[in-house]
Design a protein around this ligand. Structure first.
Ligand SMILES: [Zn+2]
Ligand SMILES: [Zn+2]
Length: 180
């Protein structure tokens, strides 16, 4: 059954999952342990395990099976893929750029890339309220996150730091107040 291109099998329907194929894992930690974790070939198979495991709150996370050459090579491939997907100039390149430069340069916060995990947020809204979530929500939230991030990194830069801290976001979110 398992030929050379098979990485593992779907835990529900036993469909072979090939190297570099898309698959799904469960958000619940008891289901997604690295070695013994459940993997699913499709959303229907993911849905099928929910009653079996009596989950109250779980969502599917999309994963990609590794190449044959171990995790390192797979990791690199994923990074390259991510880089190719977010071809937008600015996001990837500027992330490594010095904070000083980012703080003084005009920052384009209209970058259309979605920064939130769509499936997780949809799941949260669904399980909380039973409501669906329009896809038009995510660009709006992403824009908000970008604007918050820029404000926070400017705050960090103003204090001479090269790391954005939680308190930078807290300050941006609650001006004039502290966390406590
Ligand atoms: Zn399956
Ligand atoms: Zn699960």
């Amino acid at each position: 059954m398992a030929d050379e291109s098979t990485w593992r099998q779907c835990n529900i329907c036993k469909t072979p999952i090939a190297y570099q194929a898309k698959y799904y894992v469960c958000s619940v930690s008891t289901c997604n342990r690295k070695r013994t974790g459940l993997i699913f070939c499709s959303m229907p198979c993911f849905d099928a395990h929910l009653p079996m495991m009596r989950h109250r709150d779980a969502w599917a996370e999309e994963e990609r099976a590794p190449t044959r050459e171990q995790a390192l090579a797979a990791e690199r491939a994923e990074q390259e893929q991510e880089a190719a997907e977010q071809r937008s100039p600015g996001s990837a390149g500027d992330a490594a750029a010095p904070v000083r430069r980012m703080a003084s340069a005009p920052v384009d916060t209209s970058d259309p890339e979605v920064l939130v995990v769509v499936s997780k947020l949809k799941k949260f809204i669904k399980t909380t309220s039973g409501m669906n979530t329009s896809d038009t929500v995510f660009p709006v939230l992403s824009k908000h996150l970008r604007e918050l991030s820029v404000a926070a990194l400017r705050q960090a830069a103003a204090e001479g730091r090269k790391t954005v801290l939680d308190r930078d976001f807290i300050a941006v979110l609650r001006p004039g107040k502290d966390a406590g």
